[in-house]
Design a protein around this ligand. Structure first.
Ligand code: GDP
Ligand code: MG
Length: 356
């Protein structure tokens, strides 16, 4: 080993894996082969002397190996799984198991090393060639072997590409900063809440296996940048109606919240409180109870009976309850202060756990 390829294994936790992966280009095998086949025939001898023709063979050899090794440079940017938060590993693994991703990276790093050695060997052979025919034969063999190695890497490259796209399509979450996750039935006011309390632009991302958009907002408060994350179409369906993959995707939500806000919609048009409580039960399946906070939303048009039922449920569970209206702003300040305080405390506890 010449110390190359080791770079990929170094480095700390990657803060924004989707963004990181979006900016690395992972070529397909065809892309590499086609680039070689396109550039390689364009080389012409500098003159007509036998020496020029011999040089041409050397240049051809070098060009082919340079193109391939250059295309494989991305390997140095591929993070080992330990550098990705389990939230990303678990979700991306629903597309490509992260072990398979990493095995492919390591396999290609070994192949690249082998290729460098081959390049050196063939260069030496070419310099020692006894005739032009001999040189051409060596060059053909060197190029043929290199290209067939690339073709055999098709699967490994595709695996890495699939993993890359799987991570790149996930929402950007900074796990070193507090996260407030918002759950509740459709139309309970989740997106409205995220938009209302966020100071900066709200980013739109996708969450796997739902067609709906996830909104991620931010609240800057001195030392911290609190993230507010919407969860549409994930925990709001009955658990037994989810397929296995959706269930795993829903379970990965457990990594997200420093604190989870569950919204009850208490307006006349809302779903029944019992149906909404089923969604809360789903939340309780994946998120620890001590991270959950309840708010009754749409108090500006509240239906008394619903308020009573929802409050009873929260009290029965021993969870904190707030009464708010995202529309008028009523109760939002108190709730937000509480959520921020709790999320910062919870982050400190996470830190204590991971640093032992
Ligand atoms: N009256 C009233 N309407 C609200 C309130 N909060 C949200 N809404 C409305 O409820 C509807 C659904 O809100 P939305 O944020 O899209 O819910 P989501 O499906 O949980 O993301 C929208 O028409 C909102 O304007 C509220 O406090 N009072
Ligand atoms: Mg929404």
């Amino acid at each position: 080993m010449k110390g190359q390829g080791v770079k990929a294994m170094k480095g700390g936790v990657i803060k924004d894996p989707p963004n990181y992966f979006r900016h690395v280009h992972v070529p397909t095998a065809d892309e590499i082969v086609n680039k070689v086949l396109k550039r390689y025939p364009k080389l012409k001898p500098k003159g007509n002397r036998p020496r020029d023709k011999l040089n041409l063979e050397l240049e051809r050899l070098n060009l082919v190996y340079q193109i391939i090794l250059d295309k494989l440079k991305f390997l140095d940017e591929m993070p080992k799984p330990e550098r990705l938060h389990p939230f990303y590993l678990e979700l991306a693994s629903l597309t490509v198991p992260y072990q398979k991703y990493w095995a492919s990276v390591l396999g290609l790093i070994r192949l690249r090393e082998k290729m460098r050695e081959m390049w050196e060997d063939y260069r030496a052979l070419l310099r020692a060639a006894v005739s032009l025919e001999d040189a051409a034969r060596i060059r053909r063999e060197a190029v043929g072997r290199a290209l067939s190695m690339v073709r055999r890497s098709r699967g490994a490259l595709q695996t890495i590409r699939d993993f890359k796209y799987a991570v790149a399509s996930l929402p950007s979450i900074d796990f070193t900063q507090p996260r407030i996750v918002v759950a509740g039935m459709p139309s309970s006011g989740k997106s409205s809440f995220v938009k209302k309390v966020s100071t900066a632009d709200v980013e739109v991302a996708s969450y796997p296996f739902t067609t709906r958009e996830v909104h991620v907002g931010h609240i800057d408060i001195g030392d911290f940048k609190v993230q507010v994350v919407d969860t549409p179409g994930i925990l709001d369906r009955p658990w037994d109606k989810l397929n296995e993959i959706e269930r795993k995707a829903a379970a990965a939500i457990r990594y997200l919240p420093s604190v989870l806000l569950f919204l009850y919609d208490v307006s006349p048009e809302s779903y029944g409180i019992e149906d909404q409580t089923e969604v809360l039960d789903n939340v309780l399946k994946v998120v620890p109870k001590d991270k959950i906070v309840i708010a009754l939303n749409k108090m500006d048009v509240a239906e008394e009976g619903k308020v009573k039922l929802a409050k009873e449920k929260a009290e029965e569970l021993g969870l904190p309850v707030f009464e708010i209206s995202v529309k008028t702003g009523k109760g939002l300040k108190e709730l937000l202060e509480y959520l921020i305080k709790r999320s910062v405390e919870s982050l400190a506890e996470e830190g204590a756990e991971t640093s032992g």
